[in-house]
Every structure is written in C-alpha cells, then in structure tokens.
Design a protein around this ligand. Structure first.
Ligand code: BG6
Ligand code: MG
Length: 216
C-alpha cells in the first residue's frame, strides 16, 4: 500500500496561537469600541484574516468602508505579529513535533496547509520550519478554507493525489476543505465532520493511518 501524505493545519493543530489572535483582535476591537469576546474568537478558527474581520465587525455600531477595513485588518496584524514574535517552542501543541518526526522517519511526506499569511514566521519562531516537505500558506492562495485550494496545492506540490492525503484540522472550515478535496480528514479539538476525531496530536496514531499498518 502506498504511503499517504499528511497535511497539517497550523494554528490549533501544530501550535497554539489562539490567545495571540484573541489579544490582537481584542485590542483592535476595544480601540474601535466593538464588543469582542473569547467566544467570538472561536468563530475565527480557520477563517482568513479579512473574513475574520467581517465577523468581528458584525457587532460594530457603524459600517466601515473597504479602505477602513483594510486598515483595521493591518492594524490587527501588527498587534498579532508583535505577539507571535515572542512565541517559543512552548507554543507547540502536545505531540505535534514527535508526530511529525515519526512520520518523516517512516518516509511519510509531511506538509503544512494553512490559511495564515504568518505561517512561515510562526513555524520559524517555534523551530518547526525544517520539519515539512511542503508549506502552503495564506500568501499562496486566493480562496480560503472551506475552499479546498490550500490542501489541493499542498498535495500538488508533492505530486500526491487527493485520495492519498490525510488532513489534520481543528476547524470546521478546514474539515470541509479536506472533504471537498476528496481527502481523508482527521478532526482534532472541537472540529466537526472529520472521518475520525481526536482531542489532539498526542492521542492520534497518524503513522498507522499514513502507512496503513499496525505501528505500536
Ligand atoms: C488561520 C487561523 O490559521 O489563519 C485564523 O485559524 C486566522 O484564525 C487565519 O484568521 C489567518 O491568519 P493570518 O495570520 O493570515 O491573519
Ligand atoms: Mg486551525
């Protein structure tokens, strides 16, 4: 049986950046007097920056022009980048590094397929950048998840057919992207709709799934 490639989402699967996103959106929202809670932040999981902004602005008291929206998104990103520049390997989620290393040692192709335009900065910051055969991020796609573009591009880059790819995702939008690409979807955390569901990478045996045989 051919080995499958494993395509990892970044935020919420390999690293925890939720708090940085929350604090950056919160600062921008407070300055604009827009209510924003951690529950609101959950809705932004897997959603692109501009689509996230539209969700944040649902609670705004006034309408914003396209130019203003771009400025707000840039401002949020400035705050976010200041925070992620302080990340260390402590932001790597339990089991993530070990899982990727184990897959690579077994000759399984690994990739990151993320909507974030900051994916490479985050991977560098936490020391995971060299562990992947391919990285497709928010700077290389025109349509964000749930569109399958990001996972299809990652598969193409490594000459893998969709049916030979396993996607690991913590967002409903990412699971939807994987399914519409025709890939196998492993949901972690609170994501719904996957072929399998686990709490995190410390509890899933991806090698078994990728190689198709008992490994433990
Ligand atoms: C995703 C996050 O990975 O990236 C979303 O789950 C975020 O919350 C999106 O909005 C875009 O991130 P960035 O870094 O390009 O603003
Ligand atoms: Mg995610």
């Amino acid at each position: 049986m051919q080995k499958k490639a494993v395509l990892f989402d970044l935020d919420g699967v390999l690293v925890t950046t939720d708090d940085c996103h929350y604090r950056a959106w919160k600062q921008m929202a407070d300055e604009e007097h827009i209510p924003f809670t951690r529950t609101d932040n959950e809705r932004l999981r897997g959603v692109s920056r501009m689509a996230s902004l539209e969700i944040v602005l649902e609670k705004a008291a006034r309408a914003y022009s396209e130019e203003e929206k771009l400025a707000l998104a840039e401002r949020k990103n400035r705050y976010y980048v200041q925070l992620i520049r302080k990340l260390t390997d402590a932001a790597i989620l339990p089991g993530a590094r070990e899982t990727v290393i184990r897959l690579r040692e077994a000759g399984v192709l690994t990739a990151v397929a993320s909507s974030s335009k900051n994916a490479r900065l985050i991977l560098t910051q936490v020391g995971l950048i060299d562990l992947f055969d391919a990285i497709i991020d928010g700077t290389q796609i025109t349509k964000s998840k749930p569109d399958p573009e990001v996972v299809l591009k990652a598969a193409e880059l490594r000459h893998k057919k969709p049916q030979d790819c396993i996607v690991v995702e913590d967002a409903d939008a990412g699971i939807a992207a994987a399914k519409s690409a025709g890939m196998y979807a492993v949901a972690v955390g609170n994501a719904h709709g996957g072929d399998l569901h686990y709490s995190g990478l410390d509890s899933v045996d991806l090698l078994k799934l990728a190689v198709g045989k008992e490994t433990k």
